[in-house]
Design a protein around this ligand. Structure first.
Ligand SMILES: [Zn+2]
Ligand SMILES: [Zn+2]
Length: 230
């Protein structure tokens, strides 16, 4: 991505232009001051080849995708009401008010404070007391998407399918539970959506967090606990 004056660790929000007209991606700069030769050649995506050629003399940064959301709260009108002056035409520095607003809506698709995980990445925002008690792997829209793609959207414990139960309203609705206790996770841990994440309904999810109580339970053990009581 072409982006000047960035530093490693900077957070970059990506605004998608028409017809989407909204911020959809939150990324982190992991490498900067890169030459075109170090980048993935994106020629196939350019309509105007002259512009493509011009882009080769720019400086680039490598971004790591942190979160992906699609929410009306992050569309142009709402962004304008929260500090954006005009539709972004290129890289702009995000002012504090807008930054707070963006971060809030990258988190809010999941009800905060619902499950009491001890969160080692607990975040404290100005004006808030304690937020985000669900761990970041359960909150991550990317991890969620991959988990559901792999396991499906039925509860892995009790089997409820919200689409079957509630029709169109419930289609695709499910929580995602992260099986690894956070205190055992090192800094360089990468979530394995096949093994570490499971789709669960809100009832089973609440019960898992109740019985977990600091204990490390596998998906099978959780299932046994519930089956034993039917
Ligand atoms: Zn369930
Ligand atoms: Zn959970």
């Amino acid at each position: 991505m072409y982006y000047h004056a960035s530093q490693i660790g900077d957070i970059v929000f990506i605004y998608c232009t028409k017809p989407l007209k909204r911020v959809m991606y939150k990324c982190e700069v992991v490498k900067c001051n890169m030459q075109f030769s170090e980048c993935v050649d994106d020629r196939a995506f350019w309509i105007d080849i002259e512009e493509y050629k011009k882009s080769q003399s720019g400086m680039y940064a490598r971004l790591k995708l942190l979160e992906q959301v699609d929410s009306n709260n992050l569309d142009l009108n709402n962004l304008k009401e929260n500090g954006l002056t005009a539709a972004p035409q290129g890289p702009i520095k995000v002012a504090k008010k807008l930054e707070t607003y963006l971060n809030k809506h990258f988190n809010d698709f999941y009800s905060e404070g619902f499950f009491n995980d001890v969160n080692k990445d607990e975040q404290y925002h100005e004006g808030h007391t304690i937020t985000s008690t669900v761990n970041k792997y359960e909150r991550s829209s990317i991890a969620r998407m991959k988990c559901i793609e792999y396991h499906g959207s039925k509860c892995l414990i009790c089997g409820i399918d919200f689409g079957e139960r509630y029709g169109k309203l419930g289609e695709g609705f499910i929580h995602v539970h992260h099986l690894k206790p956070l205190h055992t996770i090192g800094q360089d841990y990468i979530v394995d959506y096949k093994k570490d994440l499971i789709p669960v309904c809100p009832n089973c999810h609440a019960m898992i967090h109740r019985i977990e109580n600091g204990e490390n339970m596998t998906a099978e053990e959780i299932k046994e606990v519930l089956e034993a009581n039917f």
